[in-house]
Design a binder for this molecule. Sequence first.
Ligand code: HEM
Length: 405
Amino acid sequence: AHQAPDILSPDFEANPYPAYRLMRATSPLLWHEATKSYVISRYEDVERVFKDKNGEFTTENYDWQIEPVHGRTILQLSGREHAVRRALVAPAFRGSDLREKFLPVIERNSRELIDGFRATGSVDLVTDYASRFPVNVIADMLGLATSDYDRFHGWYTTVIAFLGNLSGDPEVTRAGERTRVEFAAYMLPIIQERRKNPGDDLLSTLCTAEIDGVRMSDEDIKAFCSLLLAAGGETTDKAIASIFANLLLHPEQLEAVRADRTLIPRAFAETLRYTPPVHMIMRQAATDVELSGGTVPAGATVTCLIGAANRDENRYRDPDSFDIFRTDLTTTTAFSAAADHLAFALGRHFCVGALLAKAEVEIGVGHLLDAMPGLRVADGFDPVEHGVFTRGPQTLPLRFTPVPP
Ligand code: HEM
C-alpha cells in the first residue's frame, strides 16, 4: 500500500473531498502511519467491511478511543457478546416504541428550544438548537430531571471534545476522564433507583431488559447512556446543522422543501450521503483480507472513510453535487440493512438509533421551517465543516421574520 495523505492534518480537515477523490481513483488501500491503519475509500470496500459477511472484522480497536471516556460499550463488543447486548438494547429503539412513547418527547423538546428564539428573528442554529435538541431528547427519554439537562449538555460538550481531540491536548483529555467519573457518580444511583421503581422511560427499559437470563449490569447501562451522548447526540446535532447548511447553500432546493414538506426525508438522506456526520470508522482485521488494491494483514486496523465512499463516482452519478432529487438514492429503504448510503454503517453495528435520528431530524426541520418564515443567512454565515472523525458546521447564524408567541 502507498503512504496516505495525512488524514489528520489541518489541510485535510479544511477540505477532505479532493483527497478522497484521489484516494478512490489511485490508491484505494493506503497505509496511514499516525493511526497505524489501512485507509479505504471506495464504496464497495467500505460496504464489504461493514457488512462483514464472513466475520473477518472486529471493533476491538475502539478501546483506545472510547474506553477512557465511556467505559466498555456495545461498540467495542464483537461476536456473540455483541449480539446479546444488541438484542437487549435494540427493542427500545424500534418503530413501535418510537411512535408510542418517544414522538411526543421529540415534539416537546423541539418546540421548547424554538420557543426560546422564535420571537427574536435571529438564531445560531447550532448553539441554540442543533447542539441541544438531541441531547435533551436523550435525557428526556431516559427520564432524567429537566433541571439536570444543562449538566447533561456540559458532559456532552466535554465528551465530544475528548473524542475529537486529535492534537492530544492534555486539558481536554483530563476533562473527558473527569466526565467519565462524574457521569458514573450521577447515573449509577439513578440506575439503582430505577431498578427498584421502574417506570415507562428508556432507562427502566434498559434496567429490565433480559434475554436468556442475561441482563445488563449497572456499569453496562451507564456506559450505554454515556455512549448515547456521542452516538445519539453529536451525530444528530451535526446532521441538523448540515441539512440546513446544504439547503441554504442551494436556495432553490430550500424553496422546494419549504413548499413541499414531504421532501424533508429526501433532503435528510442526501445530506447523510453528501456530508455524513461520521466520516471515519475503524475495524480490526481478524484474518488476512483482500480489498481493492491489496491485502490487509490479520491484526491490522482498517479506517473506513464513509465520507469518501458516499461520493464514489462508481456508485453515484455526479457525486460531488448536493441534489435532493437524485434518483440513485432512495429514502424508503434507508433504514434497513439495504440502506443506499453508508452514513449509518451497515451490518452488525448498523446504527441502532437510525429511526430515532430520522424522526428527530424530520420533525425538527419541519418545526424550524414553520417557525422561521423568511429564513436567510446572517452576517458571519460561513458553514465550514469542522472535524475529522465527525464533521459538521460549528456555527450557523440565521435571520428570519419573527413570529409573535
Ligand atoms: C452506531 C451513525 C444517530 C445510537 C452508529 C454507527 C454509525 C452511526 C456510522 C456505526 C458505528 C460503527 O460501526 O463503528 C449515526 C448517525 C446518526 C446517528 C449519522 C444521526 C444522523 C443515533 C442516535 C442514536 C444512536 C439518535 C441513539 C440515541 C447508536 C448506537 C450505535 C450506533 C448505540 C452502536 C450500535 C452497535 O454497536 O451495535 N451510528 N448515528 N445513533 N448508533 Fe448511531
